[in-house]
Design a protein around this ligand. Structure first.
Ligand code: PRT
Ligand code: MG
Length: 221
């Protein structure tokens, strides 16, 4: 009897960087997920299916067993507070950093050492609250779903918490990084029950992925 494995993958840049990684691990979808409108894709391996979904939904699919494995950003995993999944492996793709940023002008006279209460716009409400609570700093967090860089420009908040990779977006909007919260990359996650029930089939795939990650980042070796 064959065991079917479902892998949930964030669309967007994790998909773009994840596909070459999956290919190195020997897994290739039979249609191009960047073009296809289909939500569940077959692969070259008859028992492995790929589901491409919103980044923030990946942990939910995996926790509830709708997918056995998932690939999601650490930012999404930090914000998701479920405990029904294992974080198996750093895939070392879609790297960036989660940062506090503020207008350049404010940064000239601002000292993070003196922060006591902050008004912050972000998509990462829980992570932001946790980060500052641990430092004894009070926060008024305003939840946004995107374009956080806009918030200081329109007076919604003084500061934002957002992902930064090249820094171009901040720069284009007159913002600078003032505090580092976390280094971010995409991780392989697994449903806990699947790891028991489908152990053998999953292990083979996970081992191949680990090998592919090693090839991708010779610095680690
Ligand atoms: O709709 P949603 O945003 O949820 O998903 P999406 O389909 O747009 O996916 P996408 O491509 O935004 O990917 C989201 C995941 O990619 C995140 O969960 C991260 O784990 C990862 N990732 C890595 C990033 C970045 N780098 C990144 N730079 N996600 C977003 N950004 C954004 C950032 O928010 C900011 O607006 O890029 C901008 C900054 O980029 P620089 O290069 O100008 O600094
Ligand atoms: Mg996006």
């Amino acid at each position: 009897m064959s065991t079917v494995l479902n892998i949930a993958l964030s669309k967007g840049r994790i998909l773009e960087e994840g596909l070459p990684l999956l290919a190195r691990a020997g897994l290739v979808p039979t249609e191009d997920p960047l073009k296809s409108r289909r939500l569940i894709l077959d692969t070259n391996l008859p028992d492995v299916k790929l589901t491409v979904i919103r980044a923030a939904d990946v942990p939910t699919y995996v926790q509830f067993g709708a997918a056995d494995l998932g690939i999601a950003g650490k930012d999404v995993l930090m914000e998701y507070e479920g405990d029904g999944l294992y974080e198996l492996m750093d895939l070392n793709i879609a790297r960036c950093r989660l940062m506090v940023a503020e207008p350049k002008k404010l940064a000239e006279s601002d000292d993070p050492q003196n922060w006591t209460r902050l008004r912050i716009a972000t998509k990462y409400v829980k992570t932001t609250q946790r980060h500052f609570a641990a430092k004894g700093i009070q926060t008024d967090v305003i939840k946004l779903y995107g374009s956080m860089e806009l918030a200081p420009l329109v007076g919604l908040s003084d500061r934002i918490v957002d992902l930064v990779s090249t820094g171009q977006t901040l720069k284009a909007n007159g913002l600078v990084e003032v505090e580092h919260i976390a280094d971010i990359s995409a991780w392989l996650v697994a449903n806990k029950a699947s790891m028991k029930i489908k152990r053998k089939a999953l292990k083979a795939l996970i081992d191949r992925l680990a090998q592919a990650v090693g090839q991708a980042s010779p610095r680690q070796g």
